[in-house]
Design a protein around this ligand. Sequence first.
Ligand SMILES: O=c1[nH]cnc2c1ncn2[C@H]1C[C@H](O)[C@@H](COP(=O)(O)OP(=O)(O)O)O1
Length: 152
Amino acid sequence: MQMRFDGRLGFPGGFVDPQDGSLEAGLNRELREELGPGAAPLNLDEGDYLGARCEETPQRLVAHFYAKRLSLEQLRALEAGATNAKDHGLEVLGLVRVPLYTLRDGAGGLPTFLSNSFVGCAREQLLQALGALGLVPEAELRRADAASRKGP
Ligand SMILES: O=c1[nH]cnc2c1ncn2[C@H]1C[C@H](O)[C@@H](COP(=O)(O)OP(=O)(O)O)O1
């Protein structure tokens, strides 16, 4: 994920412009702006689509969501190049890895990460992606979600 200019966590992406031509073209343009040329291996297409959510506040929009599995090497290359992206230091303040584990105290790791402030439906999108990509078992996701809502 990434720390945004507004202090919230979100996913790389943004508004589709009319001249983009398609959702995927708009998304891939935003990825290049926010992640730099190293975003090329991501190159998301219709097969990576996970669905859409409607938001009413702060403005009415449809948030389309895509997810893609990267190798550790691809992720490292993306992280290394991201500080050279056009939007780095402006709209994007840095990439953040998500802890995919829960510590023995039941709170550290993913539950504490989920207690951060997220933009729009990004928290729900994160839970969806972790399940869809098989990165965290569904039962563990539900436990982490519940633990994060309980607070310290
Ligand atoms: O990760 C996200 N999940 C859901 N909604 C998101 C996410 N990131 C942004 N948003 C919302 C917030 C805004 O209402 C719009 C556009 O975001 P923004 O970063 O301002 O887009 P631009 O890069 O300026 O096009 O989506």
